[in-house]
Design a protein around this ligand. Structure first.
Ligand SMILES: C=C(OP(=O)(O)O)C(=O)O
Ligand SMILES: [Mg+2]
Length: 401
């Protein structure tokens, strides 16, 4: 009795104050699900298309809603997402918008879970899901497209790999964030926050590494478990062919120099994680770097893979990385995100489920990460739209215990 009986779409605010799409899905037996689309700033060239919310809502109402309401069962997620694809009729959701598609897809999954009386992670993961919890990667210093006049590297991420529980890990990342604040004050470097709540001081990357090392080791001593750190370089945003490569504040590095530089950073700082160290079109340079340091760290494709099975297949074939970032709105549906996760896991890639820089209170990604046994979740360290997911993870762990 999970036949979809109504879908309501509306514009709500995201964390940057921009409009985004929210969907409510109702079912015949009274199930209800609500979800909202997030939005990126450093978006990949190959992502599914986000339309202006008004347009996305109008087009989804015209093309998708009539094919779903009274026609498809909410519990059959693949049928729901296939219907969204058929209604859209393009490869990249450019007709109804990936923002409408992902909001409907996620809201439908929640409605189906509601009908079952089960938490979303259990509906998505099934009764025999593993009992692992993802390690949260906390963005604590950042710049790039997420903050003006700050670091070149987009995200410096605290990685509490030794935490005994997800709650310990979440609190450790918040403590690192606070410790960095204290250190910045001591250094007379006041800082505002970027889009994801990370400190965005006007410092260079070298200083950010020093601060992060000190902050993570101070907090690790306090909490008694290992905290490493990692990066989202978001290198596609730096890459400029006409300039001859990767444009940093103080120099331009060509592709070989960029590979060398990142490999040195991995060695010097014992990095646990490096996301998008190279341009989104350069599967080969990714493969060079993975060959050099892939046994010491995670080389993760975000803009490289855009949660897209075909791009991941290419990466697997070329050994371009050893992990993938999963952002459901990059591809437009939960089914597509699940397929990418399954392909990654079958090829021993680590999986990192991720928020976007523009977020809402929606907690679907916390459930998705637990349901799929993801190795990591990247969803900030502080800020209401980030703690919505982090606190949900704590609740899920509590519920599952
Ligand atoms: C979360 C990220 O930023 P955005 O949402 O701006 O793409 C990212 O690049 O990993
Ligand atoms: Mg990224």
């Amino acid at each position: 009795m999970t036949l979809i009986t109504d879908i309501r779409l509306r514009r709500i605010l995201d964390s940057r104050g921009n409009a985004t799409v929210e969907a409510d899905v109702l079912t015949e037996s009274g199930g209800f699900g609500r979800a909202a689309a997030p939005s990126g700033a450093s978006t990949g060239e190959f992502e599914a298309i986000e339309l202006p919310p008004n347009e996305a809502i109008a087009n989804a109402r015209e093309h998708a809603v009539p094919r779903l309401v009274g026609e498809v069962h909410a519990g059959d997620q693949r049928a729901v997402d296939n219907t969204l694809r058929a209604a859209d009729g393009t490869d990249d959701f450019s007709e109804i918008g990936a923002n409408s598609a992902v909001a409907i897809s996620m809201a439908t999954a929640k409605a189906a879970a509601d009908v079952l009386g089960a938490p979303l992670y259990q509906h998505l993961g099934g009764a025999f899901r593993g009992d692992n919890f993802p390690v949260p990667l906390g963005n604590v210093i950042g710049g790039g497209e997420h903050a003006a006049d700050a670091t070149d590297i987009q995200e410096f991420l605290s990685a509490p790999v030794g935490a005994p529980s997800v709650a310990d890990a979440v609190f450790a990342n918040a403590a690192v964030h606070q410790e960095i604040h204290d250190m910045l004050i001591e250094r007379d470097t006041p800082a505002g926050k970027g889009d994801e709540g990370a400190w965005a001081p006007s410092i260079d990357d070298a200083e950010a590494f020093e601060i992060l090392e000190e902050a993570t080791s101070t907090v690790a001593d306090e909490v008694g478990f290992e905290i490493k750190f990692g990066l989202d370089v978001a290198a596609a945003e730096m890459y400029d062919e006409e300039e001859g490569g990767y444009v940093y504040s103080d120099q331009v590095r060509d592709t070989d120099e960029q590979v060398e530089y990142i490999a040195e950073l991995v060695e010097e700082w014992d990095l646990a994680y490096v996301e998008d160290p190279l341009d989104e079109n350069d599967f080969e340079a990714f493969a060079d770097l993975t060959e050099k340091v892939g046994d010491q760290t995670l080389i993760c494709g975000d803009d490289l893979f855009v949660t897209n099975v075909s791009r991941l297949e290419q990466g697997i074939e070329m050994d371009s990385a050893n992990s993938i970032l999963i952002k459901p709105n990059q591809i437009g549906s939960l089914t597509d995100a699940f397929d990418a996760i399954e392909l990654a896991a079958n090829n021993t890639y680590d999986v990192i489920v991720s928020h976007r820089s523009g977020e809402t209170e929606d907690t679907t990604i916390a459930h998705l990460a637990v349901a799929t046994d993801a190795d990591f979740i990247k969803t900030g360290a502080v800020g209401g739209e980030r703690t919505a997911k982090l606190n949900e993870l704590i609740r899920i762990a509590d519920d599952a215990a």
